[in-house]
Design a protein around this ligand. Structure first.
Ligand code: CA
Length: 231
């Protein structure tokens, strides 16, 4: 059975262009032209993945993402016209799995979709021990419950923030490069957009707070090699 992709985009040219590439890659494609139709179809056709444009005529893409996420774990790839929107997409806890900035290469879109779908089926099979939990100073991360607490305070993390934190803690004392993190957390096997890692790390640091030991341990151990942004 071909996997179903719901493409949410009001610009007809882009929607049909994307649909054509996805059909060539042997996906089943359905198109929604606005946010209301997107919410209705996300519910009725039960897609395997949603490609969601940020700028829609009625309900904005972030709100659509938030609403889908309130009832479903379906992977969501956001499309944005501006690089500035990237922080909003991954920063507002709307729960998108990935994003692409327009104009994008359709082959990259297909590669990302493949990788997200592969990743989500792996997650469903769950190679990660269900009961595993890790403590690190006042931080506790519980893989079974997908819960993070700092000094007993519950911290709400987006799915990719959780996976990133898990990878960092699971390799404590080692340096993981951005490309390694992209591959481990997002499942990319090509030189991906390392900005994704930066934005997520920044969000993690903001959410976990200054009193969390991870913030300093990153400097000496988990340091993401490349520059001094993560210290
Ligand atoms: Ca649009």
């Amino acid at each position: 059975m071909a996997e179903k992709i719901l493409v949410v985009e009001d610009e007809r040219n882009i929607a049909s262009f994307v649909a054509m590439y996805l059909k060539n890659a042997r996906y089943q494609v359905d198109i929604a032209r606005d946010g209301a139709e997107a919410l209705q179809k996300a519910d009725s056709i039960n897609p395997d993945l949603v490609v969601l444009d940020l700028m829609l005529p009625d309900i904005d893409g972030l709100e659509v993402c938030r609403q889908i996420r309130s009832t479903s774990d379906v992977p969501i790839l956001m499309l944005t016209a501006r690089d500035d929107d990237v922080d909003k997409i991954v920063g507002l806890e709307v729960g998108a799995d990935d994003y692409l900035t327009k104009p994008f290469n359709p082959r990259e879109l297909v590669a990302r979709i493949k990788s997200i779908l592969r990743r989500s089926s792996q997650t469903a099979r769950s190679s990660r021990p269900q009961e595993a939990a890790m403590d690190h100073g006042n931080l506790r991360i519980d893989a079974g419950r997908r819960e993070v607490t700092v000094s007993g305070r519950h911290v709400q993390l987006a799915p990719k923030e959780f996976d990133l934190l898990w990878e960092l803690l699971d390799h404590r004392g080692l340096v993981l490069t951005r490309d390694q993190l992209l591959e481990r957390v997002w499942g990319y096997t090509f030189a991906g957009d390392t900005r994704t890692v930066d934005v997520h790390v920044r969000q993690l640091r903001r959410k976990l707070g200054d009193d969390c030991p991870v913030a300093t341990v990153w400097g000496v151990g988990y340091k993401v090699a490349d520059d001094a942004a993560v210290t």
